[in-house]
Design a binder for this molecule. Structure first.
Ligand code: MLT
Length: 201
């Protein structure tokens, strides 16, 4: 997968896996990583799927309706890429925190839904429930920040609450943070994620 890796100043810090939103690129979330922890390494990945010229991490059938077969395939592809990247760049595979926005947050949530050991933590900005009807792995030891919108037209507050519950039932430690700016990712939400991260580290 096309990506940018930058080694941080402090190897004991987590490595951020950065996953952009629909129509974005691997450049989008790099400033966010710096705001959360400027000493951490990051691996920023470009989505492998194209939808009318827009980059995504998996196919969808319509807005909010996912191609589940492709989602599962792409989740595995990303998981395997992460394994290989950890060896290549020599970062601690057990100390990866994802930062994802929108489509990137959805595939990040799918990583959590499918793999017990994919991520140490997750900062999910405006995620949806990636898929239903599967049992989640044991996520005890995984901490998750969800940035949600009370008026998000793409992910309803009800769905944000549903995702929180599903992750908690899988024993993840979840913090649900509310904003009132639709589906947008605002400075205040990034600041809230940074505060959450400081307590985690
Ligand atoms: C998705 O397709 O992942 C969601 O609808 C969010 C987005 O538009 O990227």
């Amino acid at each position: 997968m096309k990506h940018i890796f930058q080694k941080g100043k402090d190897a004991s810090k987590p490595t951020f896996l950065l996953l952009h939103g629909t129509g974005g690129t691997e450049l989008d979330l790099i400033p966010l990583a710096g705001k959360i922890d400027e000493e951490a390494s990051f691996l920023s990945v470009r989505g492998n799927v194209l939808e009318n010229g827009m980059r995504r991490f998996f196919r969808r059938l319509a807005e909010g309706i996912f191609d589940e077969e492709d989602l599962i395939f792409r989740t595995k592809e990303l998981y395997e890429f992460l394994e290989d990247a950890a060896k290549k760049y020599e970062f601690d595979r057990n100390n990866v925190i994802v930062i994802g926005y929108s489509n990137g947050a959805n595939i990040a949530a799918s990583l959590l839904f499918h793999y017990e050991d994919a991520l140490k933590g997750a900062i999910l900005h405006h995620p949806m429930v990636p898929l239903r009807g599967i049992s989640l792995p044991d996520l005890s030891g995984t901490s998750v920040f969800i940035g949600a919108g009370t008026n998000d037209p793409i992910c309803s507050p009800l769905e944000s609450g549903e995702l929180e519950k599903m992750l908690e039932q899988a024993q993840a430690k979840v913090h649900l943070h509310w904003e009132h700016n639709g589906h947008q990712l605002t400075f205040d939400e990034v600041e809230a994620a940074a505060q959450w991260y400081k307590k985690l580290i």
